[in-house]
Design a protein around this ligand. Sequence first.
Ligand SMILES: *[C@@H]1O[C@H](CO)[C@@H](O)[C@H](O)[C@H]1NC(C)=O
Ligand SMILES: *[C@@H]1O[C@H](CO)[C@@H](O)[C@H](O)[C@H]1NC(C)=O
Ligand SMILES: *[C@@H]1O[C@H](CO)[C@@H](O)[C@H](O)[C@H]1NC(C)=O
Ligand SMILES: *[C@@H]1O[C@H](CO)[C@@H](O)[C@H](O)[C@H]1NC(C)=O
Ligand SMILES: *[C@@H]1O[C@H](CO)[C@@H](O)[C@H](O)[C@H]1NC(C)=O
Length: 400
Amino acid sequence: MLRLPTLASLLLLAVPHVLADPCVVFDANFNLYTFGLNGKDWNAGTQDSWTSGTAQDITASGRPPFDGTGTTCYMAQFYNAIYVMNGDKANPSDIHIYDAAAKSWSTQKVTTGSFDPSNFDVILDHDTNVFYGLSKGEVFFLNMDSLKAANPAGLSWTDVEASPFDASYEPVMALAQNHIHFLNVPGTPAGDANIFVIHFSYFQPEPQAFPLSDGSALPATHGQTASFFQEAGVQQEFAFIPDDGSATYVINVENNSTAKLPGPSTKDPKATYAAGITSLIQLDSTGAVSFLPYKQGDAATNAAAAWAKVANVAAAAPPGPNSNAANSSPSASGPSGSGTPSKTGSAGSKPTSGTQNMSGGGVDGTTNNSTDSSSALRSVGSASALLVLAGVFGIFACML
Ligand SMILES: *[C@@H]1O[C@H](CO)[C@@H](O)[C@H](O)[C@H]1NC(C)=O
Ligand SMILES: *[C@@H]1O[C@H](CO)[C@@H](O)[C@H](O)[C@H]1NC(C)=O
Ligand SMILES: *[C@@H]1O[C@H](CO)[C@@H](O)[C@H](O)[C@H]1NC(C)=O
Ligand SMILES: *[C@@H]1O[C@H](CO)[C@@H](O)[C@H](O)[C@H]1NC(C)=O
Ligand SMILES: *[C@@H]1O[C@H](CO)[C@@H](O)[C@H](O)[C@H]1NC(C)=O
């Protein structure tokens, strides 16, 4: 009779109990936010304020419950708005909009069609404010227009076409210079990126190399990305952090080079990232937030930079088993995650979930003290390339 309980216990350990995934993102003034961390939302302020004090609790009405997995956040720089996907498990197609100036939330209803909100990877294009991405190998876009608050008329994902990448490709994609850069594409040489030119809906036929200064290539491996913003204008560089955390690579698409910087102190393939202008942020699966100071074009400063904790977030929301707990409803079962963990380009941050303590909590997640686990269920992401839609958005390209 002992065997049954034992087996049951093993199964409980093996079956992930999914709690919420927080996300990190900047606003257009480069205040750093962590949403859904320990059940609340936090404004850590600008970079000069991260290493002391306590982040501000900005948990406000109208926010998503942040009870979903694969939660992603994106900053719309022109509008100082933050878009949240998968922030509400009960309404996975919704996009929650945070107006960072007004500090107000609204909920955008979105018609998904064949877009699968549990299985996608997208970037938010800087100039057009259009999401482009893949869901199950199909290319989609969603025009966020100039929204700082929900459009009552609703929005729709538009299916453009099938992606050209092999179905096995687990996308590693990043936005810079209105191009989507796909790393680790099967069949593409190590260190090269396949490029999609957003405003012309055009896949460059040849991959582009981004060699390191010593002539070596980026490792051909899965990882996460985050695009560095500029004070104004499009992103020119993005960070790539391989899943093993062995280094931080910064790819510059102006001169097609790559710089190698220290990897994050916490090696966590489930960590997610966001970038501002002068920092790269890691949110690991325990809820710890760290940053690497960065200065574009200053190789000496970057070479000497070190990762440090965003201490004011840790003071407000200590990392640990509670960090992913949505302070809301019981979460009965996770989504049957088929999606591969993946990142989200540019302005985004990615989903995380912890793996620290598989024994706590329960599958039902009825306490907010549950430990989380299994990032395996993270579902955002899996597709690959983006193509694009052109026409309408080509007009924007001409404005550049
Ligand atoms: C967790 O639940 C306890 C009561 O069980 C409550 O006092 C506490 O505020 C909750 N934590 C959060 C982060 O909401
Ligand atoms: C960098 O790569 C892009 C994309 O392939 C290309 O258009 C551009 O000419 C390259 N720039 C330089 C300086 O090589
Ligand atoms: C490319 O530009 C970046 C940013 O200005 C600079 O740090 C880097 O040294 C340049 N690399 C090459 C090979 O010119
Ligand atoms: C995991 O959580 C359980 C229950 O809260 C606790 O007893 C145990 O010490 C924790 N283990 C670790 C390694 O944190
Ligand atoms: C959860 O944590 C809160 C405070 O962190 C504590 O008061 C409460 O007793 C805990 N609940 C359980 C079920 O452990």
